[in-house]
Design a protein. Structure first.
Length: 432
């Protein structure tokens, strides 16, 4: 282990917690009743709770950890997509009509989140630099070109190809082979965005209960009984918004969510000039590999966040930092000698069809399977669920559940992931 790559103040806490630390919960008894119990305090749960409280309902949010300690304050802060698949992959897998519908739904979700930021004056450092999608191989670049042609035939799209010889206008790296710019793509500070949602929810009257893991949900004649380590709460409605942190308390959903860990490092301060030399346009970036790298300047423009996988085995944060640092140098060899100040893990909630799902089962509402696109998808779908409970119209979404797939022998413990990741890594290597 090369300790020299770590700063003296290295931490396994997310970089985002520097500006938005996770508060320790105050001790308070759980209420005996609530109109709605929301399980999970990420973007989905808080969005639903805020809308419901504004609609006059008494809301209790239950969180197993500290408020927002899970994926919502650990992600990349990208506000661009609502599907893991690109347009071409969606068309190939689900048909052209479905791909067009997902594209339109993504615009609805993005408009909702941007409207919320503006309407509620959320100080979350949102900006719209666009996204650059660098191609890992020449074949990937050709696929990006075909996809852009297909999109221009069927949907409105503000995008451009960047040929390999012009790549350095976007990224100071020779690792890639050209790419595609999506101009209408934003990013934000996920910790501050979450804290703003917390503040608005509390101001609306929402009760937040941290370190209150749910042990079971039981249907009753007039609602539900939600059991926790701190007692039981009765509610007329329940919303499940646990995504990648779904556990044995709800076994049906646990069998349908695949928890995948992603890791992120943050460099020590580099200064705005050095970061701008690497990212001339300041865009966020996710490459074309299934085992993708993603990276962006931090919102203040002084550091770089670099994300990727380090395998499936649990490792100490310093070891994960070393592995990600090595990958970062593959892309940006000019960062040799730069130290790492943060390395953290985030849990992504994947689904077996790679699509989010929203609906109701046994009377319980749910929005699950954000597939790494929680900023838009979770915030949008949480609001949709709340408006259904309030009895409003126009609450349908493309992701209304018409079947929530799982696979045989899967019980929520992804025993097959090491083999799947190994196969994808081999396939990537052979492709190169």
């Amino acid at each position: 282990m090369h300790e020299s790559i770590l700063t003296d103040d290295f931490t396994s806490d997310p970089y985002w917690w520097d500006a938005a630390p996770r508060p320790e919960p105050a001790e308070a008894a759980l209420p005996a009743r609530a109109d709605v119990v929301v399980i999970g305090s990420g973007y989905t749960g808080l969005s639903a709770a805020h809308t419901l409280a504004r609609g006059g309902r008494e809301i209790l949010v239950l969180e197993a950890q500290r408020i927002g300690e899970g994926a919502s304050t650990r992600n990349g802060g990208f506000a661009a997509k609502m599907s893991l698949f690109g347009f071409g992959d969606l068309a190939a897998k689900f048909g052209l009509d479905r791909a067009i519908a997902v594209h339109k739904e993504t615009k609805r979700g993005r408009d909702h989140v941007l409207g919320l930021i503006e309407r509620e004056d959320l100080a979350c450092m949102y900006k719209n630099p666009g996204r650059y999608i660098p191609a890992r191989t020449p074949r990937h670049y050709d696929a990006l070109a075909r996809e852009l042609d297909l999109m221009r035939q069927h949907v409105e799209i503000d995008a451009d190809l960047v040929p390999p010889e012009a790549q350095r206008q976007e990224i100071a790296s020779n690792f890639y082979h050209g790419g595609k710019i999506l101009h209408d793509s934003g990013d934000l500070h996920p910790g501050l965005f979450h804290q703003c949602l917390v503040d608005r929810a509390i101001a609306a009257g929402v009760v937040l209960s941290a370190r209150s893991p749910v042990q079971g949900v039981r249907r009753e004649a007039e609602g539900f009984e939600v059991s926790t380590n701190r007692g039981a709460v009765r509610a007329r409605d329940v919303i499940l918004a646990t995504n990648g942190y779904t556990d044995a308390a709800v076994p049906y959903f646990r069998r349908r969510i695949l928890p995948v860990n992603n890791y992120t490092i943050t460099t020590e301060p580099l200064g705005e000039d050095r970061v701008r030399a690497i990212f001339p346009t300041g865009r966020n970036m996710i490459d074309t590999s299934w085992l993708f790298f993603s990276f962006r300047p931090t919102p203040d423009g002084t550091r770089i966040n670099f994300s990727g996988r380090t395998g499936y085995a649990e490792r100490p944060p310093a070891e994960n930092a070393r592995l990600l640092h090595r990958n970062m140098l593959r892309v940006f060899p000019q960062l040799d000698g730069v130290k790492i100040s943060h390395c953290w893990k985030g849990g992504i909630g994947m689904t077996f069809d790679f699509m989010p799902h929203v609906g109701m089962r046994d009377g319980m509402h749910y929005a699950m399977g954000m597939n790494g696109a929680g900023v838009l998808t979770g915030t949008f779908l949480g609001d949709k669920l709340a408006r259904r409970i309030l009895g409003e119209t126009d609450t349908e979404t493309l992701f209304d559940c018409k079947g929530f797939p799982t696979v045989p022998l899967y019980d929520g413990r992804p025993w097959f992931l090491p083999m799947a990741i190994g196969w994808l890594a081999l396939k990537e290597a052979l492709g190169r």
